[in-house]
Design a protein around this ligand. Structure first.
Ligand code: ZN
Length: 129
C-alpha cells in the first residue's frame, strides 16, 4: 500500500526533476555523438590500411556496409528520440506517453530518459512490428 502511494507520487514532474532529465538527455546525446565519431574513425582506419584497389571491394561489400549502417542507424535513431524528448521537455509534454497520454513512470524514464511511450504502449507497438 505504502509502495503504491510512493510510486503514484513519483510520476509527478517537478522543475528540478525536469532539469535533471534535461542534463541526462544532453549527456546521453554527446555520448552517442562521440561514439559515432569514434566509430567512423575506426572505419576510416580500416579503409586507410587497405590497398586502393581493395577500396572498391569494401565499397561494394554489402555485408560490411550493412553492419556499419546498422550500428550507426541505432545511434541515429536514439539521437532522434533524444531530440524529440528535449522538445517535449521544452513544451512541458515530457514524461507523457505519446500514444495514450498517460504519465510514463519515473523508473522507466530513469532507465530510458528518451522514452516517448509508456511501457504498455511500447510493448503493444513492439508486438505489432
Ligand atoms: Zn501509453
Amino acid at each position: 500500500m505504502i509502495v503504491g502511494y510512493i510510486n503514484r507520487k513519483a510520476v509527478t514532474m517537478d522543475a528540478k526533476y525536469l532539469d535533471t532529465m534535461n542534463k541526462k538527455l544532453n549527456d546521453l546525446k554527446s555520448e552517442i555523438v562521440t561514439h559515432l565519431m569514434n566509430e567512423n574513425e575506426e572505419f576510416n582506419q580500416l579503409v586507410q590500411d587497405l590497398d586502393p584497389k581493395d577500396l572498391v571491394d569494401i565499397a561494394s561489400d554489402d555485408i560490411d556496409r550493412r553492419t556499419l549502417d546498422t550500428l550507426s542507424g541505432q545511434d541515429i535513431k536514439r539521437l532522434n528520440l533524444i531530440d524529440a524528448a528535449l522538445v517535449r521537455l521544452k513544451n512541458g509534454r515530457y514524461g507523457v506517453c505519446t500514444d495514450c497520454g498517460k504519465p510514463i513512470s519515473k523508473e522507466r524514464l530513469e532507465a530510458i530518459p528518451y522514452a516517448l511511450k509508456c511501457i504498455e504502449c511500447q510493448a503493444l507497438s513492439e508486438r505489432h512490428r
